[in-house]
Write a protein that binds this ligand. Sequence first.
Ligand code: KDG
Ligand code: MG
Length: 402
Amino acid sequence: MKITSAKVIVTCPGRNFVTLKVATDEGLHGLGDATLNGRELAVASYLQDHVIPCLIGRDPCQSEDIWQFLYRGCYWRRGPVTMTAISAVDTALWDLKAKIANMPLYQLLGGRSRDGVMVYGHANGEDIAQTVDEVGRYLDMGYKAVRAQSGIPGLASTYGVGKDRLFYEPADAGLPAENVWSTEKYLDHIPLLFDKLRERYGYEPHLLHDAHHRLTPVEAARLGKSLEDYRLFWLEDPVAAENQEGFRLIRQHTVTPLAVGEVFNTIWDCKDLIQEQLIDYIRATVLHAGGITHLRRIADLAALYHVRTGCHGATDLSPVCMGAALHFDTWAPNFGIQEYMRHSRETDEVFPHAYRFRDGFLYPGEAPGHGVDIDEKLAAKFPYQRACLPVNRLEDGTMWNW
Ligand code: KDG
Ligand code: MG
């Protein structure tokens, strides 16, 4: 079997998605997600100009060799654009391989380790009372795990709190919107939120929180410590992770479990955090961390050190990524949880998929491959629209992490 063509499909059914479609001389095709939020066209160009010409004529079943060719064969290796492109190729090839075998993808990885994939939803509100109600809405829908984010008194906006309660989309402006951030106001407020949540819902639901890279290590240590009584499932991205030594300091002060890695691209980004047992959950994804081939390596390393997976699954990761992630999660012996931010109806229509939500769990379905397709005619009706993530400034105007 040979790859005869590959094309990049850019569509915006409510938000931008980039999809790679790889076709073979035997009439089968595989799909990979190539969406890098706010930098979509950079990946589309990288695929079109540099990757696709290298794929034509190759045997699609040699996904390992193709991965190595694209990774080692790029002198300027790693980085989000390159690794997202490699991920898209790898996901499409695993999709193809499973279609050739006429099996759902999880079977090729080693079969089921569990019946369903526990997911967490996103509850948010402008204040504590509203967030507490929103968490209740998710629990009513059957979720066993809910991430809670709340507006902060004195700040006009903050990460995780949207205009629409069920759909939060931060990339909402043609140029980056400038938000104002205060760590002091945030640190005082968040323990109050979790106090109210535990008072209302008790300790059975899993509760999560994302600090979105904004704290220094000692601030993160203080937050982790002040949340201990509320027994979070995890505290995510407490600090910007390029300073990995910071996690040692956080760990010395708190037993609140830590999750990190949605912006990581390779095993090299998380190797030390895992080996030193500085984190509890690794959030690298199929989409940004080298596809199934590489994410499997990360999960296997993590398993040696009691670190479990918690794949990123925000709305900027397309249903193609979600489908592949669910097969991965169904297999991974050290699976922890999967993020699940629901896509809009338009997005779900452009990407018909086999996965289904039931009672707090997602199920990947039994369709051959990863079970997600694209309706190209419908996709063409939603042309690309430039959309950027916001930036943050401190109250005195200093640039900060968003
Ligand atoms: O593109 C950026 C989003 O995916 C990110 O802000 C979402 O932090 C996020 C999360 O945990 O889902
Ligand atoms: Mg996050």
